[in-house]
Design a protein around this ligand. Structure first.
Ligand code: PMP
Length: 392
C-alpha cells in the first residue's frame, strides 16, 4: 500500500463542494471588523474571535504600520537567537502585570504555546490531566510530552478527583480551557482550585477565549472568579481579543525562565513579527482605555442567547460571546450554514472531530462593535431559516 493511497481515497470534500455546501477555506477579499467580502459579496461576520473588534481600530492599525517601518516585516529567526525584539520584552512585562503574575513568555502562536508549555513541563514521571473537550493543541501538547496522559469526561471533576487520588508518583498538571471554544462554557475554576489545594498539582488555564472578555479588567477566567493567585499558569493567544497572532504563558518567574530555555516550540521557531507584537501592545492600550467595549460585548451576548432561545434553538451551556446553535446531523448543519451564507451571514459550521459525534453546530460568536441592526438581521434570518428547514 502506498502512503498516498489514503489521500487519493479522500473525496468527501469534493462531494460536498459539488453539492455547493462546502463551508471551509473561503477566500475573504476584504473586511471591516464586523463584515467580510467573500466572492464579491458582503457578509455579516458572526464567526470570528475578534471579540473586542480591535482588528481595524485606528490606533492598532497605525501601531502595526509604525512597527513595520521601524523593525521591518519579520524577525527572520527564533527569539533564542537573532529574533528577539525589545518589543517582545515590553509585551511580556506588560502581560505579566495584566494577568497578575511574576513573568510571562511570548510564543509565535497559541498552539505553539500549549505544545511548548505542556511538553516541556510534563516529564516521564509526571501525569497531565485533560478535559475531553479541551482544545486540540492542549491534546497535542500532552501527546508530545513523555508523561502519562489522563482524560476525564467534560467537566466531570469527580472523575478528575478520583484520578488524582490514584496517582502514585510524579508531578501533575491539570489543564483546561478557561472558556471552552466550541461550547462557550466557563470552566469550574473554584472547584479546580479546591482540588489543587488538596492534591498540589500545577493548574493551567487556556484562556484563549477569556482574555479581554472575562474579568473586570479582561484578565480572564481566574480574574472572573477572583482566583488570580490560585491559578499557576495562564495560557493565552493573541489571535482573538488581541487582534493579532501569537501566544503567551504567564506564571512564576522560575517556570517562565525554565520554559524560555527548554520549550522547543519557542526555541526552534521564528518569533512573532514586529507588526504583530505592536498590534497586541496597542490592543492592550485600547482594552484599558475603552472598558465599555467589554460591557457592550456582554450586552450583545445576553441578547443573542435569549434571542436564539426565544425562537426555539438550543445553545448548550454557553455563558459567553461564543454561542453555538445546536443542529445535530451534519447534512442539516451544512444546509443551515448555506442558507444563512446566501442571506449574507457568515457562521462557522463545526463538525466532528472538533465536537462530539451527532452534535454538529453553527458556532456563532460576537464582536463588541456589532451594531443592533446587524444583530436584528441575524436573529430574523435564523428564525426564518430555522423554520424553513424545520429545525425549530
Ligand atoms: N487554545 C484555544 C482554546 C483555542 O481556541 C485556540 C485557537 N482556536 C488556541 C488555543 C490556539 O491559538 P492560536 O490561534 O494562537 O494558535
Amino acid at each position: 500500500m502506498h502512503l498516498f493511497d489514503k489521500c487519493r481515497a479522500f473525496t468527501r470534500h469534493n462531494e460536498v463542494k459539488a453539492e455547493g455546501l462546502y463551508p471551509y477555506f473561503l477566500p475573504v477579499s476584504g473586511s471591516t471588523d464586523t463584515e467580510v467580502v467573500i466572492n464579491g459579496k458582503k457578509k455579516i461576520m458572526i464567526g470570528s474571535n475578534n471579540y473586542l473588534g480591535l482588528t481595524h481600530h485606528p490606533h492598532v492599525v497605525e501601531s502595526a504600520k509604525r512597527a513595520t517601518d521601524r523593525y521591518g516585516s519579520g524577525c527572520t529567526g527564533s527569539r533564542f537567537l537573532n529574533g528577539n525584539l525589545d518589543l517582545h520584552l515590553e509585551l511580556e512585562e506588560r502581560l505579566a502585570r495584566f494577568i497578575g503574575t511574576e513573568a510571562a513568555l511570548v510564543f509565535s502562536t497559541g498552539y505553539q504555546t500549549n505544545l511548548g508549555v505542556i511538553s516541556t513541563l510534563v516529564g516521564r514521571q509526571d501525569t497531565v490531566y485533560l478535559d475531553k473537550l479541551n482544545h486540540a493543541c492542549i491534546v497535542d501538547g500532552a501527546r508530545l510530552s513523555f508523561g502519562t496522559v489522563q482524560r476525564f469526561n467534560h467537566n466531570d471533576l469527580d472523575a478528575l478527583e478520583a484520578m488524582l487520588r490514584s496517582q502514585e508518583s510524579g508531578g501533575a498538571m491539570v489543564i483546561v480551557d478557561g472558556v471552552f471554544s466550541m461550547e462557550g462554557e466557563i470552566a469550574d475554576v473554584p472547584r479546580l482550585v479546591a482540588l489543587r489545594e488538596e492534591f498540589d498539582f500545577a493548574l493551567a488555564l487556556d484562556d484563549a477565549h477569556s482574555i479581554g472578555v472575562l474579568g473586570h479588567t479582561g484578565a480572564g477566567t481566574a480574574e472572573h472568579f477572583g482566583l488570580t493567585h490560585k491559578v499557576d499558569l495562564t495560557i493565552g493567544t493573541f489571535s482573538k481579543s488581541f487582534a493579532s497572532i501569537g501566544g503567551f504563558v504567564a506564571g512564576p518567574r522560575t517556570v517562565i525562565d525554565y520554559l524560555q530555555h527548554h520549550a522547543r516550540s519557542l526555541i526552534f521557531s521564528a518569533s512573532m513579527p514586529p507588526s504583530a507584537v505592536a498590534t497586541v501592545l496597542a490592543a492592550m492600550d485600547v482594552m484599558e482605555a475603552e472598558p465599555e467595549r467589554r460591557d457592550r460585548l456582554w450586552a450583545i451576548t445576553k441578547r443573542m442567547i435569549e434571542g436564539f432561545h426565544d425562537m426555539g434553538f438550543e445553545t448548550g451551556k454557553t455563558e459567553t460571546p461564543i454561542v453555538p446553535v445546536m443542529i445535530g446531523p451534519m447534512e442539516e448543519a451544512f444546509l443551515m450554514w448555506k442558507e444563512l451564507f446566501e442571506r449574507g451571514i457568515y457562521t462557522n459550521a463545526v463538525l466532528p472531530p472538533a465536537v462530539p459525534e451527532g452534535s454538529c453546530r453553527l458556532r456563532t460568536s460576537y464582536i463588541a462593535t456589532h451594531t443592533d441592526d446587524q444583530l436584528d438581521y441575524v436573529l430574523e434570518q435564523f428564525a426564518e431559516v430555522g423554520k424553513k428547514l424545520a429545525l425549530v
